[in-house]
Write a protein that binds this ligand. Structure first.
Ligand code: NAD
Length: 265
């Protein structure tokens, strides 16, 4: 029960496959009290029924991260209705479908701005507003993918957004460290979710990652959830500005070596 007595905000639950939902379940298992945000009225019902399905109740707040007033309103309502929180889970990303197929060089100006705004800047905007609503010793965790470190075909502008997100987390860790708030990133292996559906050749990403990872398998949302729960807990009180890979060790294996080994049988 490493999160007993802690209150957290979970963003990014779209359905039962969402990584944010895996994180929410891990946080509940560890004793946390949670509230959730959803981007539009359309998604509210689905988040509500997931929560009820777990036999839980939790406050829900609307927040579209492309709007500063929506973010300010979210934290004002949380302070009023929930009180100070101890952690924030940022599990939000979006890019236009046409920018997640083919080549990165074809990314439009508008597609680039949209992906970077929703998938990277939103961490800074949410963190900025979250500080005032957080208890000392608070923690923030966000989600990335190895496509932010290395070229993964079709991941394209989302890879650029993830690089910006990872770097933002380090700058935020420095700034918010003055208030004792930690900021970390979990870099997850590929998982079949709604957001992943839009990525060209996603099935190939899954099978390559399964074949080449050190553990020779893919990860699930519960594994990502448990790591995120650890990172927002006091067990991780000395960790900030860190990128933790939860990808069955895919990141540590040399691609060319794995390829040669596979060819050799
Ligand atoms: P998902 O589709 O379940 O979650 C994405 C969430 O972003 C949705 O809940 C959606 O409502 C939210 N969102 C989009 N635009 C928004 C806006 N304007 N305001 C507020 N919320 C908005 O997919 P997921 O795979 O669980 O994605 C969660 C995070 O995990 C993302 O950052 C994603 O890039 C990252 N990630 C996913 C994988 C994977 O393979 N699925 C791997 C590594 C990292």
């Amino acid at each position: 029960m490493i999160l007993k007595g802690k209150k957290g905000l979970i963003t990014g639950v779209a359905n039962q496959r969402s990584i944010a939902w895996g994180i929410a379940k891990s946080c509940w298992q560890q004793g946390a009290e949670l509230c959730f945000s959803y981007p539009s009225e359309r998604l509210k019902g689905s988040v509500e029924s997931l929560i009820q399905g777990e036999g839980k109740s939790a406050p829900l707040f609307e927040c579209d991260v492309t709007k500063d007033e929506s973010i300010a309103d979210l934290f004002a309502r949380i302070e009023k209705e929930v009180g100070k929180i101890d952690f924030l889970v940022h599990a939000i990303a979006f890019a236009k479908r046409e920018d997640l197929d083919g080549e990165f060089q074809d990314t439009s100006r508008d597609g680039f701005a949209t992906a970077l705004d929703i998938s990277a800047y939103s961490l800074t905007a949410l963190s900025h507003h979250a500080v005032a609503a957080m208890n000392p010793g608070g923690a923030i965790v966000s989600l990335s993918y190895i496509g932010g470190e290395k070229v993964i075909p079709h991941y394209n502008v989302m890879g650029v957004a993830k690089a910006a997100l990872e770097c933002s987390a380090r700058y935020l860790a420095h700034d918010l460290g003055k208030q004792g708030i930690r900021v970390n990133i979990v870099s997850a292996g590929p998982i079949r979710t709604l957001a992943a559906k839009g990525i060209g050749d996603f099935n190939k990403m899954l099978s390559i990652s399964e074949n080449r990872s050190a553990l020779h398998r893919n990860v699930d949302t519960a594994e990502v959830g448990d790591t995120a729960a650890f990172l927002v807990s006091d067990m991780a009180r000395g960790i900030t500005g860190e990128l933790v890979h939860v990808d069955a060790g895919y990141h540590c294996v040399s691609f060319s070596f794995a390829e040669e080994q596979a060819k050799a049988g």
